[in-house]
Design a protein around this ligand. Structure first.
Ligand SMILES: [Zn+2]
Length: 384
């Protein structure tokens, strides 16, 4: 007879309890799948007999399925591939800005299935949580197997991600966001800094899949950094790792809002690029258009931004030695307009003898944020 605990675990609304090997196998198939049994066993360093037990459990929970048969050229023997079961559980993702809630439902492979966007009428914690709960209810009426989720936002969280220490756009301080949402929604909810969430998403489901060491840099309104070392997302002792947006570039440069002379942000943020184009009243889109049309002042602003970006990338590479540097964000025009300057900045900064940098420029959609939040939920479910 099944205990109530077993019954609860079989509910599609509950993420099943998985042991270490089961979570590991699921992770390998998530990141690298579809994979044959022998390859999963090899990656986890377990016997094929053990792996048979592991895959049986995952099959029983409906998390993986036996997919295509791969004919192996070298042995001629067929090998069945395990893949994530289509529609295996759903995850809730929320990106909060100072003005709006962007919410999504993804499957276990982090494919977005549905999205909802709503403006924020108020930034008060209670009101925001209430709005998120209503959006969740809307999704829950369509999907009966939302098992976990994540929320991401600009700002600092404690190292254990339990407390949002400060989120300037929302005006929040010391909010135990993950706990409050978990209580309100009735599913485990994780919270994460938005750039770190994006890094987590790229690490498992994007350009960084398969990299154990990775740097992600976002350019746009601000400059953000996310690092993965030895397959772990780097948070730092106080949740503040990746503060390189005020790296010194030029001692004779202009002064930023925080009072640094010639730091990266005074060249590279969208507002700084606009400000550097003298004698023209424009916005960032206008600045991009001017530079594309050959306006010398606009081109100079983008080239200075490009040089600063190159120094930032080179510094990150020197410190981290990543397999890949992913560049993304809504300010990628700097790459388009000043790639030579970015590369020169990198070359100037990289330490002698360094291997050539593996750069990956990824176009950015705003919907990536909410998806990244769902990925934080997926990774937390797998205790990663
Ligand atoms: Zn600065």
């Amino acid at each position: 007879m099944k205990s109530p605990k077993d019954m609860a675990e079989e509910s599609p609304r509950v993420w099943p309890h998985l042991n270490h090997a089961e979570r590991g196998a699921l992770r390998e198939v998530l990141i690298h799948g579809p994979l044959p049994r022998a390859e999963i066993a090899r990656r986890l360093g377990v016997s094929r007999a053990s792996l048979t037990r592991v895959t049986r459990t995952l099959l029983e929970h409906g998390l993986i399925s036996e997919g295509a048969i791969e004919q192996r050229a070298w042995t001629g023997r067929p090998s069945e591939l395990f893949e994530i079961a289509p529609g295996a559980r759903h995850f809730f993702g929320v990106k909060l800005t100072g003005d709006a809630i962007y919410a999504t439902i993804t499957d276990l492979r982090a494919h977005q299935i549905a999205t909802i966007e709503e403006p924020l009428a108020s930034r008060g914690t209670t009101e925001v949580l209430e709005r998120i709960a209503r959006i969740f209810d809307t999704f829950a009426s369509r999907f009966d197997d939302i098992v976990a989720g994540g929320v991401c936002l600009a700002g600092d969280l404690t190292q254990n991600r339990k407390i949002v220490v400060e989120s300037p756009f929302l005006g929040w301080e010391n909010v135990p966001l993950a706990r409050l949402l978990t209580e309100k929604l009735g599913i485990p909810m994780a919270a994460e800094n938005d750039v770190r969430a994006l890094t987590a998403a790229e690490h498992w489901f994007g350009a960084g899949a398969g990299c154990s060491s990775l740097a992600l840099i976002t350019v746009g309104t601000g400059i953000g950094f996310g690092f993965v070392i030895d397959d772990q997302l780097v948070t730092g002792a106080h949740g503040r790792a990746g503060r390189l947006d005020h790296l010194k570039i030029d001692n004779a440069g202009p002064v930023c809002a925080e009072g640094h002379r010639g730091c990266a942000s005074v060249y590279l943020t969208s507002a700084s690029i606009v400000r550097a184009i003298h004698g023209v009243d424009t916005d960032y889109a206008g600045a991009v258009a001017l530079a594309r049309s050959g306006h010398s002042g606009a081109l100079r602003a983008f080239r200075d931004a490009g040089t600063a970006l190159g120094v930032v990338i080179g510094t990150v590479a020197n410190g981290l030695d990543p397999q890949k540097v992913i560049l993304t964000g809504d300010g990628l025009a700097v790459w388009e307009l000043a790639q030579d300057h970015v590369n020169a900045g990198i070359a100037e900064t990289l330490s002698a003898g360094a291997d050539p940098l593996n750069m990956d420029v990824q176009p950015f959609e705003f919907s990536e944020w909410a998806r990244a939040a769902a990925v934080v939920g997926i990774r937390t479910a797998l205790r990663f």
